[in-house]
Design a protein around this ligand. Sequence first.
Ligand code: PHE
Length: 449
Amino acid sequence: MAQLEQLRPHWHSRMTFLLAAVGSAVGLGNIWKFPYVAGTQGGGAFVVVYLLCIALVGLPVLMAELYIGQKGQANAVTAFARLTDSKRTAWQLPGYLGVVSSVLILSFYGVVGGWVLNFLIQAATTGFSSLDLVQVKGLFAEMLASPLQMAVMQALFMLAVIAVVAAGVSAGLEWLNKLLMPALLVLLGVLLLRASSLSGFESALSFLFAVDLSKLSAEGVLEAVGHAFFTLSVGIGAILTYGSYVPPEQSLARTSVLIALSDTGVALVAGLVVFSAVFTYGFEPSAGPGLMFVTVPAVLAQMPGGHWFGTTFFLLVSFAALTSAVSMLQVVVAYFEEVFELSTALVAWVAGVLIFVLGLLPLLSFNVLAEVRVLGLNWFDLFDATTSQYLLPITGTLMSLFFGWKLKLVAAEQVVGKGFKAWFLLWSTRLIAPLAILVIMLRKILFSS
Ligand code: PHE
């Protein structure tokens, strides 16, 4: 085993690990989903609940997952076996669930990644110039109606993901994140600067930060817990797998907090940028999923300099999506290459291509298969709902319980040091996080129609 650990690739520094983990966490969840959910759930009140969920549920589970990966020094399935000193254990279930969720999520994440590339090209070439809202809606609808156009873009996106993962941890993942994450921060900074000079900036600030609790719904609270998981990349084995490339003795506490803070920071700034633009041009903040693909382009079409603002914006989104997607594929690749002793590149290509093919189901659900319903949902919504509403929360709970009840106080103390913090981490993983998750799932099961 000692030999295995020596052979295992490790991040070259704390900094590159931090960049990679933030790269995984910061994704479409921050720039696409967070603004539109905050927009539909009443702004500031949702933001407060979301921040609480990150601190009380997301961060403890993030620490637990990182720890399991780091101490197990193995992929999501094997790590649990090592930590229980057994060859096979029922505790490996969350590992397997993580591999399955990664496949499912990446299959439709790749589709949306393709949309982003498509919009990046449009922003860079036409800048959506002189289109009005109806025409932009038409543009989006046209794309959704064209399977070929979407599949080509999805294929491009997946090719990039596969190429990076096939190159390995140092030459692929580490290299990509070292390059793109600082660039992402610069792009975000530029956008924030531009947004702050727009007349809608103050309205955006008060929309996101003025708390009016009467706007909060039970639905909003539930969305917040679920989103806390997705946005931190926990409950899927991605953070666990990245944790497994951290040298076994390195401390995790500060990095975990930095990951959560950066992820939240990016979501809030992205929200500010989007809403400043939306309010300046008198659009609605509650457009839902179309916020980024319809409202934003409509704003860009009217904005002086919208061309470069849009290109910067969609470049930012592509970087964020790519650095997240590679972490999903890595969960699958780490499992197969280690358990079946296969080459990284081979597994990356085979798994990546199969995931692309699987992604054609959600892709076709916007056109050819639009009428097909499985359990009352189209393929895209089915993949999305089964993963984010069930698989991630269940997997996250199991990992959290494993940490709290099986690895116990010693583990918590190794992560955050002795004292109140360890006690809090322990009980959060034993009780608070599992209960919070149980409540969301019960409610979804009992009240969703
Ligand atoms: N955290 C990513 C986002 O916010 C999504 C993701 C989920 C990435 C799970 C990896 C694993 O978009």
